[in-house]
Design a protein around this ligand. Structure first.
Ligand code: G6P
Length: 362
């Protein structure tokens, strides 16, 4: 309950929750690791993952964006096919299911009616269900066969921040655990990589002024903003755009860089703000040329790149971390840009108009 949680030195819960993210990742690392450094996952969850021929990730809003990242993680690390679906769409437009599906519900609150609607329908079919949630004992947790907790602590601001990065960290741990259980050889230690990510998150959080500056430079007088990226960066862009929409009311859209030329580039004109993300080396050249395409049409570009892929004039450089985990770090400047944009516009940061923290009606 908001009244029990102090904002302390923070003007808004959202800023406090952004700051808490490295701590939350470290907490997840300690919760999912035993004294020998091995993964702790309920053996029943491990078996369900092993037996599944396809995983269906079901979620809404920010949790859906974590699910898009989760698909990449589980497919790349554990080699299990994954589909990520928006709960309200899945409910009325159900795809053909595989023989042995596992359903994973991602929900900060564990109370979202759209997601619960899918859970109820899937339980009737008798398929195994797992909920990844921040709230122990929540409806989705009680009604699913299994639960994994995200340990982010209460999230008060309506716009989700620490719950998103916590969901990604838990999805990564689940993916690594399944890979291990399936005997897939791993070159990296997930806990070590998550700890490196937490340190990189700290570094970006300590550069708040830089994000504040970028808001002035790019967004202050704007009514629109585009976010472009490819692969994992595209998913982080969707989340960055959602944050900006939710709290600053600037019309924002995340686009796959390669798709720009098929329509959206028509909207680029002199001064249009474009935030571009680059953390994946295999699409480095492609996104750079997308940036050239929008620059040539007058866009005002804020380039966010990862160390090792940066160029001299890039506005924001992220510390290098493992390429599977980059949304944990790349989302921080995006959250902060949205935050400062909302503050400068005098918006109610923690309680944006028309939105609720958890939506318990369909
Ligand atoms: C609401 C909130 C969003 C959240 C979504 C899903 O719309 O305003 O911030 O992402 O619900 O919530 P959940 O609790 O299921 O993650």
């Amino acid at each position: 309950d908001a009244s029990d949680i102090e904002k302390g030195i923070y003007p808004h819960y959202m800023l406090k929750e952004i700051d808490e993210q490295p701590f939350v990742i470290r907490k997840i690392v300690s919760k999912y690791q035993d004294g020998n450094g091995d993964l702790i996952i309920d053996p029943n969850i491990r078996n369900s993952m092993k037996e599944a021929d396809r995983i269906y990730l079901i979620a809404c809003g920010t949790s859906y964006h974590a699910g898009l990242v989760g698909k990449q993680l589980i497919e790349k690390i554990a080699e299990i096919p994954v589909e990520t679906h928006i709960a309200s769409e899945f409910l009325y437009n159900r795809p053909i299911l595989s023989k042995n599906p596992l359903f994973i519900f991602i929900s900060q609150s564990g109370e979202t009616a759209d997601s619960r609607g899918v859970l109820v329908a899937i339980k009737q079919l008798g398929y195994p269900t797992l909920t990844i949630t921040n709230v122990p004992g929540s409806t989705l947790s009680r009604e699913a066969n299994f639960t994994l907790l995200t340990h982010a602590g209460p999230e008060i601001a309506v716009a989700s921040t620490k719950a998103y990065t916590a969901q990604i960290a838990v999805l990564a741990i689940l993916a690594f655990d399944s890979a291990h259980a399936k005997g897939i050889k791993q070159e990296i230690n997930p806990f070590h990589e998550l700890s490196i990510a937490a340190n990189a998150m700290d570094i970006m959080i300590n550069k708040k002024e830089m994000m504040e500056e970028n808001v002035w430079k790019y967004l202050n007088a704007s009514r629109t903003c585009f976010f472009i990226g490819r692969s994992m960066d595209y998913y982080a862009c969707l989340e960055g755009a959602l944050k900006l929409k939710e709290i600053s009311y600037i019309q924002a859209e995340g686009f796959a860089g390669g798709e720009l030329k098929h329509g959206t580039i028509a909207l680029i004109e002199e001064g249009t703000p474009v935030i571009a993300l680059l953390t994946q080396s295999h699409i480095r050249g492609n996104i750079r040329s997308n940036v050239q395409e929008v620059l040539a049409r007058g866009a005002h570009v804020c380039m966010i790149s990862m160390e090792g892929m940066e160029e001299k004039h890039d506005q924001i450089v992220l510390p290098a971390i493992h390429e599977h985990l980059t949304p944990l770090v790349s989302v921080i400047p995006l959250q902060l840009i949205a935050y400062y944009a909302a503050v400068y516009r005098g918006c109610d940061v923690d309680k944006p108009r028309n939105l609720a923290k958890s939506v318990t009606v369909e």
